[in-house]
Design a protein. Structure first.
Lengths: 97, 204
């Protein structure tokens, strides 16, 4: 069962990677990279169970956190063209823009 | 069955790694490149997990997938978002790259097999560490006893280097914030109040 899950995850990873390469708009790429990170997390979990070492789940959790931070940074840059502003200043600029 | 599957997973992950590297080279839109490098780091971290190098995978995920993506985006915010011109094709450079790659691939034929206990790297001091770790140091984890005791001065030096680098980065970033007050806001457009633009959180 884990073998099937791993194979399916690899196929899904390849598909999202293709979308990240080809994506016509930037949103496509961001979304593809984000879901690619999720697939990586799942793959590491499945690999852990495949090799009878489910301790790898800890690493999968770390990946999930890191992926989240990266996506937040990408989207904040996308919206405000800047990473250094605090949220209150960002809200100010949103009204101005 | 599990071992074969791991081999297949390794092959597939390496293939995707190659494809994403080529895509990063070909793309001219730097924002997409920054996003793809994050995917590249996650891929290589997954590959390292499959190779049982879990600690390296941790570092790769945190540094490559997390921090460097943010740093690259910060750089993009300060510069421009498109690569200027596509680099010219250069035959000598291609020849040098092919020669170096060929030499490296040729050198791998001399490497011992993966996990071979008779490899030269495992014959020198490793038996001493494995034999003496429990009695000499008293730490059950061999990696910890090597890092913290057998090579304790080495680790102390590394920590000093990283600490110095951190201090340097803090000084650089702190200075950048102070003199950005005037110039930075003009560029971002009208209507911003310069007084409220920069929080004074940097330690003096």
């Amino acid at each position: 069962m884990f073998i099937g899950a791993t194979a399916a995850l690899l196929v899904a990873m390849a598909l999202t990677l293709i979308r990240a390469f080809a994506g016509p708009t930037l949103f496509d790429r961001v979304l593809a990279v984000n879901s690619f990170g999720t697939k990586t997390v799942l793959l590491i979990g499945a690999l852990g169970f495949l090799t009878d070492r489910p301790e790898f789940l800890d690493i999968a959790l770390l990946y999930a956190l890191v992926n989240f931070i990266g996506t937040i940074a990408v989207l904040k840059f996308f919206r405000y063209r800047n990473l250094g502003l605090s949220s209150a200043e960002s809200a100010d600029r949103e009204e101005i823009d | 069955m599990g071992a074969e599957m791991i081999t297949i997973v390794n092959i597939v992950l390496l293939t995707m790694l190659c494809f994403s590297a080529v895509a990063i080279m070909l793309l001219r839109h730097l924002f997409a490149v920054a996003a793809l490098t994050g995917a590249f780091s996650l891929l290589s971290a997954g590959l390292l997990v499959a190779l049982d190098a879990v600690d390296v995978a941790f570092t790769e995920a945190a540094v490559g997938g997390g921090i460097s993506t943010v740093l690259m985006l910060g750089t993009l915010a300060l510069t421009q978002r498109r690569e200027h011109r596509p680099p010219r094709f250069s035959l000598p450079a291609l020849l040098v790259v092919i020669a170096t790659g060929g030499a490296l691939i040729y050198a791998t034929s001399d490497m011992p097999a993966y996990g071979d206990p008779n490899a030269p790297a495992l014959q020198h001091v490793v038996p001493v560490y494995i034999e003496g770790s429990r009695n000499d140091i008293g730490v059950p984890n061999i990696v910890t006893s090597i890092l913290a005791s057998y090579r304790g001065y080495d680790t102390l030096g590394e920590v000093a280097v990283i600490f110095t680098a951190g201090i340097g980065v803090m000084f650089l970033l702190g200075r950048r914030r102070e003199d950005e007050d005037d110039e930075g806001m003009v560029r971002h457009g009208p209507g911003n109040d310069p007084e409220s633009s920069e929080p004074e959180e940097t330690a003096s």
